[in-house]
Design a protein around this ligand. Structure first.
Ligand SMILES: [Zn+2]
Length: 571
């Protein structure tokens, strides 16, 4: 029994039918050879592992193939049986010279080629020089080569391969027929790997194969090497966890939970999941890149696209993330994308990843621009609707969820807060990172009465069912008392969000009267005042709506003071 042959070698294509993902190239070459318009020199370019040298060898064989009966003409379908085909395949043909320019960059190396190129081929139809990584040649070597390319001999062909076409002098390029080898699309790579796994009797999980294909970044060779490694590690059973471990990825489940935590606004959970993943050996940059993949997949689900090769458990978690909606996922993507670029340059990638997650958590609960726009005209309509519903919503709920023993354990460690109004509650939520709860209270809760440990509220339409119990839990955890939350009759009292919005409208109309604002509106026809940021607000985001008006006065005064400076800037 011969020794094991690695997959990348065993499945190296020996003709264009088995070369995957390069249909355009094959078509062009076939046409050129059929019309007898084959150039004297070619340059094959593309990222590593897409099959440049493989293609070069297939071309060399095709040009020299004589067919099993020795009478065939050159074609792009070498028979792989005739003498020339077999000797070229094994790398022993005297007329086919392969050279790696990466290790032979000098003029002397190229001179040998140039000198021998004037002689006719010994036995083949064409003498063929394959020069890999041609961009590595020295300037002198290129110049010497150029002379040969300018006066090509009928029976000589040059095939250059390069990963960096821009480094090849234009004088050379202009004398070559150029072929761009494409990166292999992920789906094609997945199919290819799956087929080979079946032939090789390697058991694979679809998600594992997909991850291998992703990791190979469009390179068939790399993907096969990875499949080799994974099947060795897993004793012919390639599971997702084996591939994840091998690639230094955090587990898909952990990453899904991580993204979910970020979108839910749970900073503590997000940071602890990140730490676990990093401790387990995952690279911070890789984690962020994986989070981007998940965001992308969730967005596809949110736009009703089908995802293939995904297990039910992953599908379910992705669907939960998809529920956050496309605008939020798109924003999440933007933040991750920017953060990913930063992490690559960061001296401490883990710290950088932590900061990125914090940014993600703190932007997640903010309404997206379209949500804000949607809410504005609806406010008054909502009020009318809730009022008319009030008669059949006369239910009183009392929620007591956290057990007393659980609470007393927590009480020791937490500073206690006194709650006098809704803003107190929201502030404590925000301090503790419970941003979703804070945002839900702002949006859905109308406070009817608050006298510790009783709080009576009513909820606006669309409030989450578990909101009262979450409020109870939060209040219990932050005070010595057992709170009772009553959900009462709908009231006309505004939510915090409505209060803010009313105040904002007042401020906007006030602001539009300011001379500077008037001037701006005149200068930019169609412009609208959409926001007023006071100096106090920008320092402290939690300023209450009632204080905004007085802030505005201060800031308008400051605005007055700033006007001359602005005018100076104009000059
Ligand atoms: Zn042949």
């Amino acid at each position: 029994m011969s020794s094991y042959q690695v997959l990348a070698r065993k499945y190296r294509p020996d003709n264009f039918d088995t070369l995957i993902g390069q249909d355009a190239l094959v078509q062009t070459l076939t046409n050129a050879i059929t019309l007898n318009r084959l150039a004297h020199s070619f340059v094959l370019t593309g990222v590593r592992g897409v099959g440049k040298t493989t293609t070069a060898r297939i071309i060399a064989k095709g040009l020299n193939c004589i067919g099993p009966d020795g009478t065939s003409k050159a074609s792009m379908h070498p028979c792989n049986q005739c003498e020339p085909c077999r000797t070229i395949q094994s790398g022993h043909h005297v007329d086919i010279l392969e050279m790696d320019a990466a290790s032979n960059t000098g003029i002397d190396d190229i001179r040998e080629i140039i000198d021998s190129s004037v002689y006719r081929p010994v036995s083949a139809r064409y003498k063929i020089y394959i020069i890999d990584e041609v961009h590595m040649l020295s300037k002198n070597a290129f110049n010497a080569l150029l002379k040969t390319l300018e006066e090509p001999s009928e029976s000589v062909k040059f095939i250059f391969a390069t990963t960096e076409i821009r480094k090849v002098p234009l004088t050379i390029l202009s004398r070559c027929q150029r072929f761009d080898l494409r990166r292999i699309p992920i789906d094609l790579l997945v199919t290819h790997l799956t087929n080979i796994a079946v032939t090789e009797q390697i058991k694979t999980q679809p998600e594992a194969v997909r991850l291998l294909a992703y990791a190979a970044e469009g390179s068939v060779r790399d993907s096969l090497s990875l499949l080799d490694q994974a099947s060795a590690l897993g004793a012919n059973n390639v599971t997702l966890s084996i591939v994840e471990n091998m690639l230094g990825h955090a587990s898909t489940n952990a990453l899904l939970d991580l993204l979910q935590s970020c979108l839910m606004g749970d900073i503590q959970m997000a940071l602890s999941t990140l730490k676990k993943a990093v401790d387990a050996g995952a690279e911070p940059e890789q984690i962020i890149s994986d989070l981007m993949d998940i965001t992308h997949q969730a967005s596809l689900i949110a736009s009703n696209s089908n995802l293939e090769d995904i297990s039910d458990s992953v599908q379910e978690k992705l669907s939960n993330i998809a529920k956050f909606g496309i605008p939020r996922l798109a924003r999440c993507w933007q933040i991750l994308l920017k953060g990913h670029q930063e992490i690559r340059l960061a001296p401490r990638p883990e710290a950088s990843a932590q900061m990125l997650l914090i940014r993600l958590v703190y932007t997640s609960p903010m309404p997206t621009p379209s949500e804000i726009i949607e809410k504005l005209p609806k406010l008054s309509a909502d009020k009318i609707q809730t009022n008319s519903l009030s008669s059949n919503k006369d239910q009183i709920l009392s929620e007591r969820t956290t057990s007393e023993s659980e609470n007393s354990a927590n009480l020791e460690h937490r500073p206690l807060s006194s709650f006098k109004n809704l803003i107190d509650i929201v502030n404590v939520c925000e301090q503790q990172g419970s941003l979703i709860l804070a945002s839900d209270i702002r949006n859905y809760v109308r406070l009817i009465n608050l006298k510790a440990p009783l709080i009576e509220i009513s909820l606006t339409k669309g409030a989450p069912d578990d909101l009262p119990s979450r409020i109870t839990q939060m209040l219990n955890a932050n005070s010595k008392q057992q709170w009772e939350v009553y959900v009462g009759v709908n009231s006309n009292l505004p939510t915090l969000q409505e209060k803010d919005e009313n105040a904002r409208q007042e401020i906007l109309s006030l602001a539009s009267e300011h001379p500077v604002a008037k001037e701006v509106l005149k200068t930019f026809p169609g412009a609208k005042i959409t926001d007023v940021v006071t100096s106090v607000q920008s320092q402290n985001h939690k300023s209450s709506s009632s204080s905004v008006k007085s802030d505005l006065k201060t800031s308008l005064e400051q605005l007055d003071a700033r006007v001359p400076i602005n005018e100076q800037e104009k000059i």
